[in-house]
Design a protein around this ligand. Structure first.
Ligand code: NDP
Ligand code: MG
Length: 366
């Protein structure tokens, strides 16, 4: 096979998703050519990755500023931008990537949560490839189907490290306990979001935008084994599910190989007989109020998901810094949402202003 390699930009290359993407690119040098890498603060790791992959162009956003990330997203030679930044810091890069007509492989779910109303109208079919495992699963279950024949999207949730606990049990949980996800190894922010179930709420909003379905038809089912990554239910009663081992290299690689599939470079076999059984139950939105808040903010729409996300980012950072308790995350998000006057989303500038305002408010509430 002598196709020209896909020219790839990796934003957030030093993070959990970014490092796995670098690994995949190193495994497929004839198919993937990395033309630029960006990180925020991990200077040494970024330099080592650039040396390994032979990449001339790197950005350290802490030094070069966020505008340098947008420049990479717009690089004329790039075909695909993998946005693996964490938080709303990824919004402008997602927007610039789509605007420049390049394929966006999206791990940075926060950019879809905050700016889905602006991003989706820019994306032509096949230009936006979800990396988040649930959305990569839904995307694959929807291939060759007509969305008008979909009854429901079912997003699976592991339940996180505190599944089965009640609110009283959550009062004194520690940072280390919250970071210990049972099934996935991920960056710190998404690990805390998984413990509060905010992550699932963000994913419902992400799915609403990506697949253009109303919230009433996006369901969450708790499935502790995380073996089924999500399901689509069709009008004829058929369900299509996507299964696999819990390894993000699978959805990252698929976004890079799409519409082809390449062999996994690690043992990705799933032993169903060994697994034995799969469990399903309803998520507990009484205990995990962040899931409920996210679904309400999504339903209300406009600038509310931006507020939800910004307040959550501040609260999660404070929890990781041992400044607040676990349940304070929900309190801060709820207070910021209640104090915000919803507007329709009209521009990135408006969202950046709402984001900044909310961060200031959330910081006062710590
Ligand atoms: P990490 O925290 O591991 O990595 C984040 C990356 O973004 C790092 O490269 C970091 O740079 C960079 N970064 C951090 N802050 C900023 C900033 N203010 N401006 C620019 N760059 C910044 O995160 P993950 O890899 O876990 O997650 C990345 C995204 O993917 C998130 O949106 C997450 O929700 C999503 N995701 C992650 C999954 C996972 O398994 N990890 C699964 C599904 C989705 P540096 O380290 O150099 O400071
Ligand atoms: Mg996910």
């Amino acid at each position: 096979m002598s196709e020209t390699p896909l020219k790839v930009v990796i934003l957030g290359s030093t993070g959990s998703i970014g490092c796995q993407a670098v690994e995949i690119c190193a495994q497929y040098p004839d198919r993937l050519e990395v033309v630029a890498l960006a990180a925020h603060s991990s200077k040494k790791l970024l330099a080592a990755q650039a040396a390994e992959l032979g990449v001339a162009r790197t950005v350290l956003s802490q030094v070069d500023g966020p505008g340098a990330l947008v420049e990479l997203a717009e690089l004329p030679e790039a075909d695909l931008v993998l946005n693996a930044l964490v938080g709303a810091a990824g919004v402008e890069a997602s927007y610039a990537t789509l605007k420049a007509g390049k394929t966006l492989a999206l791990a940075n779910k926060e950019s879809m949560v905050v700016a889905g109303d602006l991003l989706m109208p820019l994306a032509r079919p096949g230009q936006l490839l979800p990396v988040d495992s649930e959305h990569a699963a839904l995307f694959q279950c929807l291939l060759g189907e007509d969305t008008s024949e979909v009854t429901n999207l079912w997003i699976t949730a592991s339940g996180g490290p505190f599944r089965g606990r009640k609110r009283n049990d959550l009062l004194a949980v520690t940072r280390a306990e919250a970071l210990a996800h049972p099934n996935w190894s991920m960056g710190a922010k998404i690990s805390i979001d998984s413990a509060t179930l905010m992550n699932k709420g963000l994913e419902v909003i992400e799915a609403h935008h990506l697949f253009a379905l109303p919230y009433s038809r996006i369901k969450v089912v708790q499935h502790p084994q995380s073996c089924i990554h999500s399901l689509v239910e069709y009008v004829d009663g058929s369900f299509k599910a996507h299964l696999g081992v819990t390894d993000m290299r699978i959805p990252i690689q698929y976004a890079l190989s799409y519409p082809r599939r390449w062999p996994a470079a690690f043992d990705a076999s799933l032993d169903l007989c060994e697994l034995g059984s799969l469990d399903f139950s309803r998520p507990d939105t009484e205990t995990f109020g962040c899931l409920r808040l996210a679904m309400e903010a999504g339903e209300a729409g406009g600038t509310l998901p931006c507020v939800l996300n910004a307040a959550n980012e501040v609260a999660v950072a404070a929890f990781l810094n041992s400044q607040i308790g676990f349940l304070d995350i929900e309190r801060i998000v709820e207070t910021c949402l209640a104090g915000h006057c919803r507007e329709d989303v009209v521009s990135i500038e408006q969202l950046l202003a709402v984001d900044a305002e909310t961060r200031a408010k959330a910081t006062e509430l710590l």
